[in-house]
Design a protein. Structure first.
Length: 324
């Protein structure tokens, strides 16, 4: 069993929350692992007699909404604002809760995560960078404690693992498949997960993807590929933020590319994603230079300035990285 050194601490964390009111937070622009982990953690807490609800700055993306079931899941506009104990999942830093939940960036009771850049900002920190997904971390704890996993929890954990491994193509170990096999036996449906996540792409997303692919440019002898989406692209395609999921992988997966980059400008807000084929590039450390973080091979950042403003500095930073 993985994480045996922290199992009793995790049991203690659950025991202390019995009879309490808890809010389970995730990161902005949530992906499958974030939503899956929020759903699973909320439901597990409720099994332990905790009045738990999930809250995210942004609504779950379309392709994840069917996995929520009857889990109480809110955004800032629908949340009643009750005073609750804070538990975060899949969130490397408190500022990733989002500006609408900035008031909750304090006294976090526990965090369950797998991001290498997580500094351990909670009272209880269950951070396992060796795991492929936060869903894997939660599954291991649930298995070890004998938590009765229902089909909704099983599917949520499976979705987290499935998405963060990019359909089992990255950071996969023998144990990952063992965990997923057990989840399938508990009610997870791999076919339904794959269908909902990857077989319902909107026309707007495909139009936006075309714009992104047309924007690709190469640097550092082809080892660096950068693509961009700007305000005009959003307007012309009528796409939404969630339509960009997976775009950065197209930049990384080109032959000869070692680091792929996706930059997006939406109004006066900018965002970047980094993906590398090898952990030696530590893109989490590169992202940290621009107000970000993440994993050794996958990271994101929010530079708080327009792309055109920080781009020359950003490009120079990546070029220096390849030369060092």
């Amino acid at each position: 069993m993985c994480y045996s050194d922290t199992l009793e601490l995790f049991r203690e964390f659950l025991e202390q929350l019995k009879g309490q009111k808890v809010v389970v937070l995730g990161h902005v622009r949530p992906d499958g692992d974030c939503i899956g982990s929020q759903v699973a953690m909320t439901r597990v807490l409720r099994l332990f007699g905790v009045d738990a609800v999930a809250l995210n700055s942004h609504n779950p993306p379309r392709n994840c909404q069917s996995f929520i079931g009857d889990t109480p899941f809110y955004n800032p506009d629908t949340y009643d604002g009750d005073e609750r104990i804070i538990v975060s999942v899949d969130c490397a830093a408190m500022d990733r809760f989002g500006k609408d939940l900035k008031h909750l960036q304090k006294n976090v009771f526990a965090t369950i995560d797998h991001h290498i850049s997580n500094s351990g900002y909670a009272r209880y920190n269950f951070v396992h960078p060796e795991a492929c997904a936060t869903g894997e971390v939660l599954a291991e704890y649930c298995f070890a404690l004998g938590v009765p996993i229902d089909p909704v929890i099983a599917q949520a954990l499976y979705v987290g693992i499935f998405t963060d491994t990019v359909q089992f193509s990255h950071n996969v170990t023998e144990r990952v498949f063992e965990v997923c096999s057990r989840l399938t036996g508990m009610g997870a449906d791999p076919k339904a997960a794959a269908g909902e996540l990857y077989s319902h792409e909107s026309r707007a997303k495909l139009k936006l993807l075309g714009r992104f692919l047309d924007s690709l440019e190469f640097h550092c002898d082809g080892k660096l590929c950068i693509g961009r989406i700007g305000n005009l692209d959003w307007k012309d395609t009528e796409a939404t933020h969630e339509d960009t999921e997976g775009f950065v992988d197209y930049a990384r997966d080109i032959e000869g590319v070692e680091i792929g980059v996706f930059l997006e400008q939406y109004g006066d807000q900018s965002k970047g994603s980094l993906r590398s084929k090898e952990p030696k590039h530590r893109v989490d450390q590169l992202a940290a230079l621009f107000n970000g973080g993440g994993h050794a091979c996958a990271a994101g950042f929010n530079p708080h300035e327009p792309i055109d403003s920080f781009y020359p500095r950003f490009l120079e930073t990546i070029k220096n990285h390849f030369e060092s």
